[in-house]
Design a binder for this molecule. Sequence first.
Ligand SMILES: Cc1cc2nc3c(=O)[nH]c(=O)nc-3n(C[C@H](O)[C@H](O)[C@H](O)COP(=O)(O)O)c2cc1C
Length: 195
Amino acid sequence: MKTLFINSCIREEDSRTYKFASKFIEKLKEKHQRIIIDEIKLMDLDLKPYLYSDIKKRDELISKNDFNDPMFKYANQFKDYDFVIIATPFWDLSFPSILKVYIEKLCVNNLTFKYENNREHGLCKLSKFMLIATSGGERIDNKLNYLFDIIDFLSSKKVKKYYSYLNGLDMMDENNIKGVMKKAINDFDKIICEI
Ligand SMILES: Cc1cc2nc3c(=O)[nH]c(=O)nc-3n(C[C@H](O)[C@H](O)[C@H](O)COP(=O)(O)O)c2cc1C
């Protein structure tokens, strides 16, 4: 199972989301010893939002079915994964903008999705998706559903979706955080058994 771990934890090693997600990855590797997990650390990429000139170039290349340009690097890479994991903090009722910029690079007409019979069809392989997030105050609940929608949009298959959220961490003391994190890490087992 080819797995892509999209790390959007801006505070890197200090990030609680990253520490939490690392436990998931650790447990996943214990259970599936031959799993291949590639990590993509968004903070290390030179990601920039599209400007008009980029979109013009992109449309021209798409019209020629030429997807070899470096601007399609992340879309080409994403296509072939079976399982995708996103780890992100909850920022401003959403997620850090770097993740949105990365998603812009994934959505490429005729490469990762296409229009057919008046609707969109995903062209990517993934059939499993896990979202890991933490918040400071708000309950995340359905507020990150856009990420599930994007995954459905890009996939050619019915995607099994999983998530684990730690809510309200900024309102807890260190002991409380350790407690909720420990419980949630134990709950990973149920998810990992299904994957
Ligand atoms: C720029 C920024 C925006 C944030 N926005 C929210 C928010 O809208 N709602 C919320 O509950 N917490 C918000 N938080 C708090 C984080 O979600 C919380 O501290 C989270 O656990 C941080 O994860 P990290 O340790 O992985 O960075 C925000 C934090 C930052 C730095």
